[in-house]
Design a protein around this ligand. Structure first.
Ligand SMILES: [Zn+2]
Ligand SMILES: [Zn+2]
Length: 343
């Protein structure tokens, strides 16, 4: 019986042993044609709720994107369920290196327009005509080739705390913004260079690689399973690790440590630091990098102004907040002008 896509029985055993009675944190995605996402959503929810699965799952006509945790002892049951869904049979499950009991606290399955907010019109190109998947060993080989352009398909706040050595890291807030920028930068090299890309778990590259092929790039490669899977392979196969710093992840852990070095700075004092926090002022909630000393000095806030607001009684804060959404600042993640050391 095939249990994990690419793990041997031995590797799998080691993984479950390591997790013990705990939970496995994993992610997967698939592009598919789903006729009735609401029905599919309910099907997933009923089954997974019963299996004590927790996580955040997006379902759309174009497919599924799931980040979740499963009790280690129910993993087989979970895998059998997945394999009974035709477009998920044998799907690669990205399993996190660090298993955290609290990576997710609820099961949320949501129907969305898209599984990734990419702003791309699907009808303009074929998502299935994607770049060549490469594993960690092949990826290392490719990125040492001087004829390769390596592109980080993530956002600036993700690549700031960790990225591959030598990667182009577009200064963008969203995936959608990065596509035309990269295309413009590389337009002279559509045929002669290798375009190699990576992201957190592989899903963004799945579409981006198809997009670039559609735009005329000839040699497009993508890191299969993203940084999460790369880290796992580097560990298991004792490969050279070319990723510097931390991998930003979208659960409460915020980041997975991959190499020891800290490549970013506290946005308030400039000291080496790679810990993301949200400003304690609920009305601000800005995502930024803050060292423990600054956190203490600033009462976990991003600015003097937020400190003052945060010190007010809750009812008064609520009054101030009325009618003002905080979504703008959340979206601006780390770009606020109040941050002195934000490069
Ligand atoms: Zn600091
Ligand atoms: Zn703030």
């Amino acid at each position: 019986m095939q249990l994990y896509n690419k793990l041997s029985a031995k590797e799998r055993e080691a993984l479950l042993e390591e997790a013990g009675e705990d939970r496995l944190t994993l992610s997967f995605y698939a592009y598919a044609k789903i006729g009735n996402p609401h029905l599919f959503r309910n099907h997933l929810f009923i089954a997974w709720d019963q299996m004590e699965v927790l996580g955040r799952i997006y379902v759309a006509h174009e497919g599924i994107n799931a980040q979740l945790s499963v009790p280690a002892k129910r993993f087989d049951e979970f895998k059998e369920f997945i394999d009974r869904i035709y477009f998920l049979k044998g799907v690669r499950l990205n399993i996190a290196i660090e298993h955290d009991l609290k990576s997710f606290l609820k099961l949320k399955v949501k129907v969305r327009k898209k599984i990734v907010a990419d702003g791309l019109n699907d009808d303009t190109f074929d998502v299935r005509n994607k770049g060549v998947h490469v594993d960690a060993a092949k990826f290392n080989e490719l990125i040492s080739d001087p004829n390769t352009v390596l592109v980080d398909m993530r956002n600036h706040y993700e690549s700031e705390i960790g990225h591959f050595d030598g990667a182009v890291t577009p200064d963008v807030d969203t995936f959608r913004d990065s596509l035309p920028i990269i295309e413009e930068d590389l337009k002279e090299h559509k045929e002669d260079k290798n375009l190699v890309m990576y992201c957190t778990g592989g899903i963004r590259c799945e579409k981006a690689s198809a997009y670039y092929k559609h735009k005329g790039f000839k040699n497009v490669y993508q890191l299969e399973g993203g940084i999460i899977e790369y880290a796992r392979q580097v560990n298991n196969q004792q490969l050279e690790n070319k990723f510097l710093g931390k991998n930003f992840v979208f659960d409460h852990r915020r980041a997975e440590c991959i190499s020891g070095e800290v490549i970013s700075s506290c946005h308030q004092c400039g000291k080496p630091c790679d810990t993301h926090v949200n400003c304690a002022n609920e009305a601000c909630h800005l995502l930024f990098i803050q060292c423990p000393e600054c956190a203490e000095k600033m009462n976990n806030c991003c600015s003097e102004e937020c400190m003052e607001i945060n010190a007010l009684p809750y009812e008064e804060q609520k009054k101030l907040r009325k009618g003002k959404g905080n979504s703008n600042k959340i979206f601006k993640k780390g770009r606020s002008e109040v941050l002195k050391y934000k490069s």
